[in-house]
Write a protein that binds this ligand. Structure first.
Ligand code: CAA
Ligand code: NAD
Length: 347
């Protein structure tokens, strides 16, 4: 039974991207976007919208947490129709809250002082995002499905098993996993689908971060990679291609750095505040490691470290990814970072 189509807000304008048509500034140039990418994306500017092609008629995003909400928002900003699925109405309204907050922020920056235009922009984007708790129905009508649920392999596998059965034969299935092997998640799908399975790894905050890692398994076809690359470009991201190895590119470098910062704190070498100040002022990072840990989510970081320490290719048993007692304790106490209101810091 189809239970999708629950609009987030009432669509007000029949004109798609009406809000963008008043934009005059753009820092994005299509010819140079992937050759010389800036680290941050412009959010839905006029030029990139103009070149947006309907690479997929309907996109389903599973998981309405910080990443799924950001992916849905970004795709909808670039004119895609999106179904956003989570397990409960509460989770969906939390996801909707993330999207509205982020869109308002973007709108304020893009249409300074023009409140009617700001709210038209927000409503226009929201009108393309439908909320649902029904995975099967949402998947049945999608030609691209992006999974962004909790970082647990058994849960992801179970979901991909269902997706494979209900999604149209030509649909691409992608995972936004931070650390799990795409091939291992994909063991749940049938042989025919394996060529249409890949990683599509976005970065937090999705509307702002320019990078998307496209992860190819041994079975992913060139056509799938080409379609995902075209999709990433159509939403103004800079795609890079990588093999299916733990952490792909960014997290393979970033997670050991974050883990070392926690070890530094545990050894009592410096306070979290001073380590953050040091990395911001001494290394030019936009956030210190503890701010970033809280921003990413401590449960997610714990899942990554536990998984890699146990069985990460080339990382199992390595001190680089040794689980941390401090991290375990914070997660046990529900201090998951910004999303739960407290982590290493209080929010
Ligand atoms: N939605 C939309 N736009 C947002 C946003 C959001 N949630 N958060 C920030 N922005 C935009 C702001 O609108 C602003 O845009 P302009 O520059 O065009 O005005 C810009 O980002 C900067 O925002 P602020 O000035 O308010 O704040 P800031 O300068 O402190 O930047 C930040 C915020 C972009 C998050 C910056 O601190 C940053 O880049 N931090 C590092 C983030 C990072 O490393 N992300 C990767 C995490 S790892 C990961 O994602 C992979 C994984 O698998 C775990
Ligand atoms: P989150 O905890 O904010 O959200 C996860 C959401 O998935 C929750 O709303 C939960 O209710 C939902 N969910 C769980 N099981 C589900 C199911 N079976 N069907 C539908 N929804 C389900 O987590 P997040 O930070 O958004 O991370 C999601 C994924 O993205 C993880 O795989 C994570 O590793 C990856 N990722 C996270 C970041 C980050 O910085 N947080 C960055 C890149 C990738």
């Amino acid at each position: 039974m189809i239970r999708i189509a629950r609009s987030v807000v009432l669509p007000r304008s029949g004109r798609r991207f009406a809000a963008f048509q008043h934009s005059s500034s753009s820092s994005y140039s299509s010819s140079s976007s992937t050759d010389r990418p800036s680290s941050h994306a412009t959010v839905g500017n006029k030029d990139s919208v103009a070149e947006t092609a309907p690479h997929f008629a309907s996109i389903t995003v599973l998981g309405g947490g910080q990443m799924g909400a950001g992916i849905a928002q970004t795709a909808a900003t670039f004119n895609y129709t999106v179904n956003l699925v989570d397990m409960s109405d509460d989770a969906l309204s939390r996801g909707q809250g993330y999207i509205i907050k982020s869109l308002k922020r973007v709108a304020k920056m893009r249409f300074k002082g023009d409140e009617p235009q700001q709210s038209r922009f927000v409503d226009d984007v929201l009108s393309r995002i439908k909320l649902s708790t029904d995975t099967e129905s949402a998947a049945a009508g999608a030609d691209l499905i992006i999974e962004a649920i909790i970082e647990q392999i058994e849960t992801k596998r179970a979901v991909f098993g269902v997706l494979d059965k209900v999604a149209p034969a030509e649909a691409i299935l992608a995972s936004n996993t931070s650390s799990l092997p795409i091939g291992a998640i994909g063991e749940a799908v049938g042989d025919k689908r394996k060529g249409q399975l890949a990683g599509l790894h976005f970065f937090n905050p999705v509307p702002q971060m320019k990078l998307v890692e496209i992860v190819r398994t041994e079975r992913t076809t060139d056509e799938t990679i080409d379609r995902l690359r075209a999709f990433a470009k159509s939403i103004d991201k800079a795609p890079v291609l990588c093999r299916d190895t733990p952490g792909f590119i960014v997290n393979r470098l970033l997670v050991p750095y974050l883990a070392e910062a926690i070890r530094m704190l545990e050894r009592g070498d410096a306070t979290a505040e001073d380590i953050d100040t040091a990395m911001k002022c001494g290394a030019g990072y936009p956030m210190g490691p503890f701010q970033l840990l809280d921003y990413v989510g401590l449960d997610t970081v714990k899942f990554i470290l536990d998984g890699w320490y146990k069985e990460g290719e080339g990382l199992a048993g390595s001190d680089l990814v040794r689980p941390s007692e401090k991290l375990d304790e914070l997660v046990r106490n529900g201090r998951l970072g910004v999303k739960s209101g407290a982590g290493f810091y209080d929010y």
